[in-house]
Write a protein that binds this ligand. Structure first.
Ligand code: WTA
Length: 654
């Protein structure tokens, strides 16, 4: 962290708002003033102007039982009707909701009218399969329009969805299905990834099959399958249904009922500091308000003319809030691309920007750094002049990557909004506002209007110097998580125990002399690999589930492209010492983690070591292993039982 701080202290480049954004400058400072005058009234105004209510709310926030907040709780609404029906009523049925582009090159423009029809039919279909309000539906799909339709069909009937990223393994999918007790899984035969078909239905079948570790019976009664790739799949007549058959047989009309503003909208699992992922729970009224507000203001959305593209997969929170709910609530036209950025060629994204005339691009620093490595010649081949705003999310963006993004992709003209937020916060919390903020490469800058944060020391005392501290949110916000599914104790312990009524985000941060916020990375045992959260404990427990492993320690080591890379230190059981060369054994263990959790968790390196550095109380000193992995001088080892072990490990690594 100290290297970061030194580096950032020297960033003095400044980018004032370009003239093209002058009108925002007129419209938006007022937002800060109004929010500062009366924060709750400000959010109530946003909820009234951006969301349509079945029953208007009269109460704004109830914070009488912290950390359990309710927002707009006597109002009722239907999230799907907000994202669809009201745009149809406003005569926008022919507006494109998604310009979809499949990885093999197939293209579809899905209008609001078509999406509404699909969602209404699938809402009827889900009801005919017995789904009622409150039932959980797992969604395990590629990044295709049916994923948005599936989420909205669930929202329409009040059935909370749990989207599981299509790269997770059968085991990960099963544990999420079991935790939420989902009764339906919506999947596809397969998706397209890197020029190949990634089968999904077979993974669902494996997840639902009884094994030694899994109880015979899962909660799942039905599996709905989108036909995407035509790959061969097994079929269980009594359990499996084709999406297109259900849709075609379903009634086209469906009345959207109003649900209470605190009715659950979705659960989304994210890694924490233990082996078990947390099911982050979001509800409807507050979530939709802040998703729509931030999408409109942070991206300066002009729904009539913009073509907005957020590259995140629906499997992550960014896909929920800024591919589906925020953009659709605002009646935006978006691009949705199924595949990887380098398939079939490294200019694929830029070709898409040129083809659709994308105006806003929202992506992650890891993607930008990958493009930097490839070089500017590739994007320079395409016309990117339609881009007028760029966004970044998922991890700190280093100033070099910021400058490259600004110059090469944004032509030096498009402002960059670096947006800090989390699965738990539901929507953007800290970001520059276009047209107002003078940009500083690498800083997320200021909390958005209506959000209150502080940087504190370990005791919760606000930090008055420019030193790094812990980021907290000091006032409840509309799109805040409402809990961890089935585990209120863990909710309190993880986020609230440390600082009472202030939310502890798990991130380090500092303010500079202008008061701008710089994010310094996670302060807990959560890694950030390519903008995705992974927990050291989860990967360690996957490693020790392999019979040859006695003990494992995992750290996130700095990586030029992925931000952090997973590095594992493993002790092999003496009974397996002759079970292959160290290179073979590490390769097996890397594959084992990918099979247990998913390819995103596959360690970049697995080192086989004789011992791990531990304190006298038996705690593994991951900090020292990180020093080793990053090739730094090793920190203080005096608390170790056996300081010599580090030189042994170090010699092995370097
Ligand atoms: C990190 C993604 C620095 C941070 C929306 C946070 C960031 C975690 C930024 C949440 C940013 C996200 N600058 N760090 N602009 N955005 N992070 O839940 O560590 O997948 O706690 O949500 O990503 O990751 P999550």
């Amino acid at each position: 962290m100290s290297k970061n701080i030194d580096h950032l202290m020297h960033e003095d480049r400044r980018f004032p708002p370009p003239a093209a954004f002058a009108e925002c400058a007129v419209a938006r400072p007022e937002l800060f003033e109004r929010a500062a005058e009366d924060r709750l009234q400000f959010w109530a105004d946003q909820a009234k102007s951006l969301v349509s209510w079945h029953t208007p709310f009269t109460r704004v926030l109830d914070w009488s039982n912290p950390p359990f907040a309710t927002w707009f709780d006597d109002g009722t609404l239907n999230v799907a009707a907000n994202c669809l029906d009201r745009h149809i009523d406003a005569g926008l049925g022919d507006r494109v909701a998604f310009y979809f582009e499949g990885e093999p090159g197939d293209r579809r423009a899905v209008t609001y009218g078509q999406l509404t029809d699909e969602v209404k039919r699938m809402a009827n279909a889900l009801e005919s399969l017995g789904v009622t309000a409150g039932d959980r539906v797992a969604i395990y799909l590629p990044h295709i329009p049916e994923a948005a339709a599936a989420m909205l069909a669930c929202a329409r009937i009040g059935a909370p969805h749990s989207v599981v990223f299509g790269g997770f393994s059968a085991e990960s999918l099963r544990s999420r299905i079991d935790d939420a007790e989902a009764t339906i899984v919506i999947t596809a035969d397969g998706g397209n990834r890197k020029g190949k078909v990634l089968p999904l239905k077979p993974i669902v079948d494996a997840a639902l099959r009884a094994t030694d570790e899994q109880p015979a019976q899962s909660s799942v009664k039905h599996v709905v399958v989108v036909q995407r790739c035509g790959n061969e799949i097994e079929w269980m007549d009594e359990r499996d249904h084709w999406w297109h058959e259900l849709r075609d047989e379903a009634k086209p009309d469906h009345v959207a009922l109003g649900f209470a503003a605190e009715h659950p909208l979705f659960i989304l699992y994210t890694s924490g500091t233990t082996g078990k992922p947390k099911g982050i729970l979001h509800t409807t009224g507050g979530y939709l308000t802040q998703a729509a507000f931030t999408h409109r203001n942070v991206f300066d959305l002009k729904p009539e003319s913009d073509v907005y593209w957020c590259t995140a997969d629906v499997g992550w929170i960014t896909g929920h809030s800024y591919v589906v709910y925020g953009p659709l609530a605002n009646g935006a036209t978006s691009v949705m691309y199924e595949g990887t950025p380098d398939t079939p060629h490294t200019g694929r994204w830029w070709e898409i920007v040129e083809r659709y005339g994308v105006t806003q691009l929202y992506t992650a620093p890891t993607a930008i750094r990958t493009f930097m490595k490839i070089g500017r010649a590739v994007p320079n081949e395409f016309d990117l002049s339609s881009l007028r705003l760029l966004g970044s999310v998922g991890e700190p963006i280093n100033p070099e990557a910021w400058m490259w993004y600004h110059e090469v992709i944004g032509g030096g003209r498009a402002p960059i909004v670096d947006t800090w937020w989390q699965t738990e916060t539901g929507a953007i919390m800290i970001s520059a506002l276009p047209g107002i903020t003078t940009l500083k490469p690498g800083s997320a800058q200021s909390p958005i209007p209506g959000i209150a944060i502080d940087i504190v020391d370990d005791n919760g005392t606000p930090i008055s110097t420019y030193d790094g501290g812990l980021l907290t949110v000091t006032q409840p916000w509309p799109s805040m998580l409402r809990g961890i599914w089935g585990d209120p104790g863990r909710f309190i312990e993880t986020y609230w125990q440390k600082f009472g009524s202030a939310y502890f985000a798990g991130d380090g941060a500092r303010r500079d002399s202008d008061g701008d916020v710089w994010l310094l990375g996670r302060v807990d045992d959560v890694m950030n690999v390519s903008g995705h959260r992974l927990s050291t404990a989860e990967i360690e427990s996957a490693l020790v589930s392999n019979p040859m492993v006695a003990e494992a320690a995992v750290v996130g080591a700095a990586d030029d492209v992925t931000g952090q890379a997973v590095v594992a230190f493993v002790i092999i059981k003496s009974s397996h010492a002759d079970g292959g060369s160290p290179a073979d054994q590490s390769a097996q263990l890397r594959a084992h983690v990918a099979q247990q959790i998913g390819a995103i968790a596959r360690p970049a390196k697995v080192y086989l070591v004789p011992e791990l550095p531990k304190t006298r109380s038996g705690k593994i000193m991951r900090r020292l292993l990180r020093d080793v992995a990053e090739g730094r001088p090793i920190g203080d080892t005096t608390t170790l039982t056996d300081p010599a072990i580090l030189s042994v490990i170090n010699a092995q690594v370097h």
